[in-house]
Design a protein around this ligand. Structure first.
Ligand SMILES: Cc1ncc(COP(=O)(O)O)c(C=O)c1O
Length: 413
């Protein structure tokens, strides 16, 4: 089937949740993907932060092939050897104590919210009402299931499904005074992304993160770090919170963990882990042997090839080149990010949209988030040479001033 046939069929048969780009992908190799006509694209989005090792990485495909012949699924009623090994690796790099495996990011975040409520209940003093309020941040994105949705800031995501989980309050981004105003003994947890992803690649300030940590400790509330997009090396450290020197009580991870297979995890400190008991929480698919074996292989590769240092170096270079571009084009308002998690904010949504569209036509995959931000989440394997290939393309797109709306909007100012 060709693109036209597939899109016609999808429009009739699928729930209409996505506006797809007019490209049908067939295969990938390294940092490139190819469409049905054999056209090559340099992927600077990696399946929204999933394909950290690019496409068809030989060690990953080998592990998938071998493990699929042995055991793909067991159910969590039986042991297999990989969950404990993966938990050992993840707790070592995160400073956490225990893990629970899930299928997706949102499922990990739901687990974190449940644990926060369970912890508050176990720690409520003689008959007092357990604390149950949850603080989240302006621009936050934590997923699409009900609990996650309640902590996701954008009104347009929540409104059609209201009422969502009660008890969630949004704090103004990086506003310590607002945080202090909202934090009291009724709060059981504060959860946030140390570097917001869908919210426009916004790192929280050190001051805000430290205040959140201090207030959580003061009120015996939990600090939950959503590392689903920023975790497992993306920012040049294993986890974004490690840039801040803060140790959370709960950490959620997903996206890159199993080389493209669906897997997520909730990591918990020992004190929080003690409030969960058999039967309180579970999952059918989470932590299956195939996904866990691949995740172990992926972590192994990241360590063996010292990819964290590489991410830091390449990310700094990408940021530097984009900042140079910003100086030449007033439509670019800000360039920000950490490691290979970078955003370039434009002065209008149409400008950002046009850049993504025209870069795709030039064979480079990017995307737009929070309306005005062009997002770069390339595979960890990209090199300076790949950055050097993308920058001139961006320059051409900007210089040809193929973004008429920006110019018009700029004149209006
Ligand atoms: C920070 C963050 N949290 C949660 C999620 C939800 O993850 P999933 O789509 O795997 O449910 C995402 C997905 O983009 C995310 O970026």
């Amino acid at each position: 089937m060709n693109l036209e046939q597939v899109s016609k069929l999808e429009s009739k048969l699928l729930l209409s949740t996505y506006e797809r780009y007019p490209v049908m992908l067939r295969r990938g190799r390294g940092v490139y993907v190819y469409d049905d006509k054999g056209r090559r694209y340099l992927d600077f989005l990696s399946g929204i932060g999933v394909n950290a090792l690019g496409y068809a990485h030989p060690a990953i495909t080998k592990t998938i092939a071998n493990q699929s012949k042995l055991l793909i699924h067991t159910s969590n009623l039986f042991y297999h050897e990989y969950q404990a090994k993966l938990a050992a690796a993840l707790t070592r790099i995160s400073g956490m104590d225990r893990a629970f495996f899930t299928n997706s990011g949102t499922e990990a975040w739901e687990g974190a919210l449940k644990l926060a409520r369970a912890y508050a209940r176990e720690n409520s003093t003689n008959g007092s009402e357990p604390r149950w309020r949850i603080l989240a941040l302006e621009h936050a994105f934590h997923g699409r299931t009900f609990g996650s949705l309640a902590t996701t800031h954008k009104e347009k995501y929540r409104a059609p499904f209201a009422p969502v989980l009660p008890g969630v309050q949004f704090v103004k981004f990086n506003d310590v005074a607002d945080l202090e105003r909202n934090f009291d003994d009724t709060v059981c947890a504060i959860g946030f992304e140390f570097v917001q992803g869908e919210g426009g690649i916004r790192p929280v300030s050190k001051e805000f993160a430290e205040a959140a940590h201090r207030l959580a400790q003061k009120h015996n509330a939990l600090l939950i770090a959503d590392e689903i997009q920023s975790g497992l090396g993306r920012t040049g450290r294993w986890f974004a919170y490690q840039h801040y020197g803060i140790q959370p009580d709960l950490v959620t991870i997903a996206k890159p963990i199993a080389g493209g297979l669906p897997l997520g995890a909730l990591l918990a400190s020992e004190k929080v882990s003690q409030c969960i008991h058999p039967g309180m929480h579970g999952t059918t698919f989470g932590g299956g042997p195939l996904a866990c074996a691949v995740a172990l292989q992926l972590l192994n590769i990241l360590e063996r090839q010292k990819l964290l240092q590489h991410i830091q170096k390449t990310g700094d270079y990408l940021l530097e080149q984009l900042k140079k571009l910003q100086q030449e084009h007033e439509g670019i308002q800000e360039v920000r990010g950490l490691g290979l998690m970078v955003g370039m904010e434009f002065d209008s949504a149409d400008a950002a949209k046009a850049v993504v569209k025209q870069m795709l036509e030039r064979g480079v995959i990017l995307n737009r988030t929070d309306e005005t931000v062009v997002r770069f989440l390339p595979p960890y394997l990209i090199t300076k040479q790949h950055v050097d290939a993308v920058i001139p393309q961006l320059k051409k797109v900007m210089e040809k001033n193929a973004i008429p709306v920006t110019a018009a909007e700029r004149r209006k100012k």
